[in-house]
Write a new protein. Structure first.
Length: 671
């Protein structure tokens, strides 16, 4: 289908209602979870999860290996809220701090044993030098740990070694401040760091550092400002960001282009690996309201979509294009994933590449582990598709396109957020997937021919939120069509949204372990988490088992969440912790219970598990929320698991009827 009518007339009310119901069913607050489990599959690949924490930086192992591992753990905490990742991050930071120069008792070329990690591999005679870029990469996750602990009020949490998160955060923040201060003499107020002039063995002694090297320090400065509130850190970050932004050129496609060392753009500019550091700084600056904003991130994303991403297996080595698939560059596009909120295409391009060529069990690089964490942190929810009624030959469990531009549709869970359409597809020729905006199609994915069926994702881009019919967004497959050999898609699978079906224990004894293993359903993979918890409570993301040992009597709130790639369900509940009964006659022997019935554990209050506002009355919608399992109160009567499939089928039928009516009308008009 190459052209589409834009004046569709009045849609049947029933179709509009079905579209609204489907959108409501899919509107459960969610971010997908499959990439989280991919990260877990990759994490233990090197040294059983220790990676490079026990290395020094003489060969830059900490700067270009361990730093990415630490960043990945912070990313996974941001993605999940699971304290496991802060425990792991603390474990890694402890190892890295033990190998800092002043802790090892080694010195740089000046004889200074400072708060840095010296390198000897880049200098011609092995002269020890502490690079600012290395310090920025290594110390940034330490300041980020402190920021996360403060933001989530986790000071009282105990790490596995018995030290509180608050105490660790204070130590790590102090260490990060010391590292930043070590490079103060290299700072130029014009907005960059310089190589120390006295390091005459360096080719560029006294000169400004390349953009990525200064900007690596920029991330550390932003995190330090967020954790301390000290304006001196922010002022330097602003200066860095302002200078970097001034080095950016904008091309006709609205994409940013820049060089390794700044200056007027010279094709093909910076390589995609070093660019990843610059983009990381710009994205972090934007999140802190420093110099960069959403429009800038959109331009960086355009760089990826227009110049780096060629197709699902081909990526340029430089921000402006040039050579492709360099072994040192191709896997590094994973660090561009943090631009996915600006363009869903960025996420799909990286995810399909990593699934095909860098699967979790083969990841042995810290930078690839960080990419896997970003795929978890920025993973959009899935949105099922359905076929347009024409240009497809129904062949049972799959359909084959019978014309150029065959279409599929989806109803996004949220029109202002991206989502991913999972497809199993056989691709006979190079194909562009394009999204309709009401007037034109736009490329959102490019696929190479495949040998049989492969898994791919189609990105819904919220920049083109056009509801073609009954609230559904339209996509087409554009290729050099050959009759009888069209693209083939398997029929979509109907997802089961998550539901929590068990009731938690409502009481616990002071000092005694409390445990609750919930029951839940939904299309796997599933991920359990606690969004509200008292200090010390932990949850197993695989089983949902909640463990906690209360240290004070009282009433404590929990909220247990179950997620899959399509949605989430939550179960808020209260646990009353009972203090030991006082011994009335103060003798040496405990009193025997007067009545066993008084000491027996009370039955769980039926209101407790469903009460969402911690009051004493039952919330009218709470039970309905739990039973629907979709997190959307308006859909409490929808049968679990089949609601999505039935609504999609009915909506597809409505669209087919409407299209048939339009076709009949055009025939009557002689068109």
């Amino acid at each position: 289908m190459t052209a589409l009518p834009t004046n569709r007339g009045r849609r049947p009310a029933a179709c509009a209602l079905l579209a609204a119901l489907l959108a409501a069913l899919l509107a459960a607050p969610a971010s997908a979870v499959s990439a989280r489990w991919d990260y877990e599959a990759a994490y233990d690949n090197v040294a059983g999860g220790d990676w490079y924490r026990d290395a020094d930086n003489e060969s830059a192992t900490l700067a270009w290996g361990e730093s990415y591992v630490m960043m990945s753990l912070a990313s996974m905490f941001r993605a999940t809220g699971d304290l496991l990742y802060l425990d792991r991050l603390a474990h890694h930071i402890e190892g890295v701090l033990a190998h800092r120069d002043d802790h090892r008792g080694v010195a740089d070329y000046r004889g200074v044993s400072g708060a840095c990690w010296r390198n000897t591999s880049y200098q011609p005679a092995g002269q020890p030098y502490c690079y600012a870029v290395h310090s920025g990469m290594i110390a940034y996750p330490m300041a980020e740990f402190a920021r996360l602990v403060a933001e989530h009020r986790l000071d009282a949490e105990l790490a596995p070694d018995g030290e509180t998160y608050g105490a660790k955060a204070a130590r790590y923040l102090d260490a990060a401040r010391q590292t930043a201060a070590y490079h103060d003499d290299e700072w130029n107020p014009a907005g960059y760091y310089v190589f120390r002039p006295s390091a005459t063995f360096l080719d560029y002694a006294g000169r400004d550092q390349p953009l990525n090297q200064s900007n690596a320090m920029g991330r550390l400065l932003l995190a330090l400002h967020a954790a301390t509130g000290e304006t001196a850190y922010r002022d330097k970050a602003v200066a860095l960001a302002t200078r970097f932004r001034a080095q950016l050129s904008t091309d006709a496609a609205g994409a940013y282009l820049w060089n390794y060392w700044g200056g007027s753009y010279d094709p093909y500019g910076e390589d995609v690996s070093h660019a990843g550091i610059n983009i990381g700084f710009a994205a972090l600056a934007a999140s802190h309201g420093v110099t960069f904003g959403p429009a800038d991130l959109d331009r960086f994303a355009a760089t990826f979509v227009e110049h780096v991403y060629r197709d699902d297996a081909t990526f340029s080595d430089y921000v402006g294009g040039g050579t492709v698939n360099g072994s040192g560059y191709r896997p590094q596009v994973g660090r561009w994933t943090l631009l996915a909120p600006a363009r869903t295409t960025v996420y799909v391009a990286v995810r399909d590449l990593y699934d095909a060529d860098y699967p979790p069990d083969e990841i042995r690089s810290g930078s690839l582990l960080l990419a896997q964490a970003y795929l978890a942190e920025f993973e959009p929810p899935l949105c099922p598709f359905f076929f347009y009624h024409v240009d497809w030959d129904d062949q049972g469990d799959h359909r084959k396109a019978t014309a150029y531009g065959a279409n599929v549709l989806t109803v996004p869970p949220d029109f202002v957020r991206g989502c991913l359409i999972p497809v199993e597809v056989s691709i006979p020729r190079a194909t562009e997937v394009q999204q309709w905006d009401g007037a034109a199609y736009h490329r959102v994915a490019s696929w190479r021919p495949s040998a049989g069926f492969v898994q791919r994702r189609i990105p819904y881009e919220p920049r083109w939120p056009f509801p073609y019919s009954s609230g559904a967004v339209l996509f087409q497959f554009a290729d050099t069509f050959v009759a009888g050999d069209g693209i083939v898609l398997r029929e979509p699978v109907s997802p089961d949204l998550p539901a929590i079906t068990s009731t938690p224990p409502a009481a616990a004894d002071l000092g005694a372990p409390y445990e609750y293993t919930p029951a839940g359903t939904g299309t796997p993979p599933l991920w359990w988490s606690l969004t509200v918890r008292p200090p010390g409570a932990r949850v197993d993301p695989a089983t949902g088992t909640v463990r906690w040992t209360p240290t004070a009597a009282g009433e404590y709130a929990f909220t247990l969440r179950l997620e899959n790639d399509y949605g989430s369900a939550e179960q808020p509940f209260l646990v009353t912790v009972r203090a030991p009964a006082a011994d009335a006659d103060a003798d040496a022997e405990p009193d025997a219970p007067v009545d066993a019935g008084l000491d027996a554990e009370p039955a769980a209050d039926a209101d407790t598990a469903a009460d969402t506002d911690a009051d004493t009355r039952r919330d009218a919608v709470a039970v309905a929320d739990d039973t629907a399992g979709c997190g959307c109160r308006s859909m409490t009567a929808a049968p679990q698991g089949i609601a999505c499939a039935r609504l999609i089928a009915l909506l597809a039928g409505c669209i087919s009827i409407a299209a048939a009516r339009r076709s009949a009308h055009r025939r009557r008009q002689g068109k």
